[in-house]
Design a protein around this ligand. Structure first.
Ligand code: HEC
Length: 311
């Protein structure tokens, strides 16, 4: 008879678990899938590409398989001056975000305009291409496939770019390093407004995975950190050793993300740096050691690009 109670217990547990999963996963999923993407969601999808967490194409979370956000002030096709524009470059073979490959992600309106005006239906992952985020006359945001509409190719766009923002790869580093154990990306509808800026809208998350909300806040919210601090130099020092700029910070050092060589190809010697720093801390040196500038393909550079891009 004890066995019978055990069986009933299993059933009750199963029902309770299914019900709670239904309420926490399926119901909000329905809500989100009936929501049209905001402009923020389109920008995020095109900046981060497909799946920034653990996945088959980047199992060690190194920031592979990601698009490159660029700033343009001249047309990649003609070279003529244009207003400052951000474009999102997907080299051939880069996986597209869900919004470009699934019909019910962009949401009503946004999907139709992206197809009719933006011609996203012409884009394929094999060919890759260049995308823009636009707003039509009715204020509906949409994705434009600029390779089809304007003839902007991947190579010409990368060449014409004033800067390359590796925020897509940087988000993967953010996920891997567990920044979200301490930081949230979710200002709340409270006095958070004053410190951390506008809380997000539901439609800001269409097609984003993972959302990196964070859970328990031990440090400032970062959703708009690039708006309050846009200094690359500060970020570089702070990630190398937070105590250089915030003497009592509990944030860990991320100096190992610099890799072996700095931007000038000089070896990054963390042990020698530490030794110099300890002499400085003891008062035997007047200046702290210089923080190396991260190389263009280093993980530190990608992470800083991601953080500064959080506007
Ligand atoms: C142990 C908790 C902890 C972890 C993990 C952590 N941080 Fe921090 N972070 C802090 C604290 C505390 C502060 C505030 C003091 C300071 O500036 O160092 C901070 C400050 C910051 C700031 C400046 C915020 C502002 O409002 O100006 C940025 C940017 C930042 N962290 C990014 C990151 C990133 C990116 C990672 C992951 C690579 C990370 N942090 C990991 C605790 C943490």
């Amino acid at each position: 008879m004890a066995f019978r109670e055990y069986k009933i217990g299993c059933w009750m547990f199963g029902i309770a678990l299914s019900l709670s999963m239904f309420i926490t996963i399926v119901l909000p999923g329905l809500d989100i899938s009936s929501m049209s993407s905001t402009k923020v969601a389109l920008e995020k999808q095109l900046t981060y590409g497909w799946e920034s967490g653990f996945n088959y194409y980047d199992p060690f979370l190194q920031g592979k398989d990601k698009p490159i956000k660029v700033t343009l002030t001249k047309s990649p096709k003609t070279g003529a001056a244009i207003d400052k524009t951000h474009a999102y470059v997907f080299p051939a073979g880069t996986h597209f975000p869900d919004g470009l490959t699934h019909d019910n992600i962009l949401g009503d309106g946004v999907q139709q305009v992206s197809e009719s005006k933006g011609r996203i239906g012409d884009a394929t992952e094999e060919k890759g291409g260049v995308f823009l985020v636009q707003t039509d006359a009715n204020d509906t945001p949409y994705i434009e496939y600029a390779t089809a509409t304007r003839g902007w190719t991947v190579a010409a766009t990368l060449k014409a770019a004033d800067e390359q923002i590796l925020a897509g790869s940087g988000k993967t580093i953010f996920v891997r390093e567990g920044c979200w154990w301490c930081h949230t990306l979710l200002p709340e509808e409270t006095q958070d407004w004053q410190d951390f800026g506008r809380p997000p809208l539901v439609g800001d998350f269409n097609g984003e995975s993972p959302t990196t909300f964070g859970s328990d806040r031990k440090a400032p919210d970062l959703l708009h950190v690039g708006s309050r601090n846009s200094s690359r130099e500060w970020m570089t020092m702070h990630f190398f050793n937070p105590r250089l700029v915030q003497p009592h910070s509990i944030m860990p050092r991320y100096d190992y993300l610099w890799g072996d060589k700095d931007v000038d190809g000089k070896a990054v010697d963390l042990a020698a740096w530490d030794e110099h720093f300890m002499r400085y801390a003891a008062g035997d040196e007047i200046y702290p050691p210089e923080v190396p500038i991260p190389a263009a393909d280093s993980e530190a550079r990608k992470l800083i690009d991601f953080v500064l891009n959080l506007k």
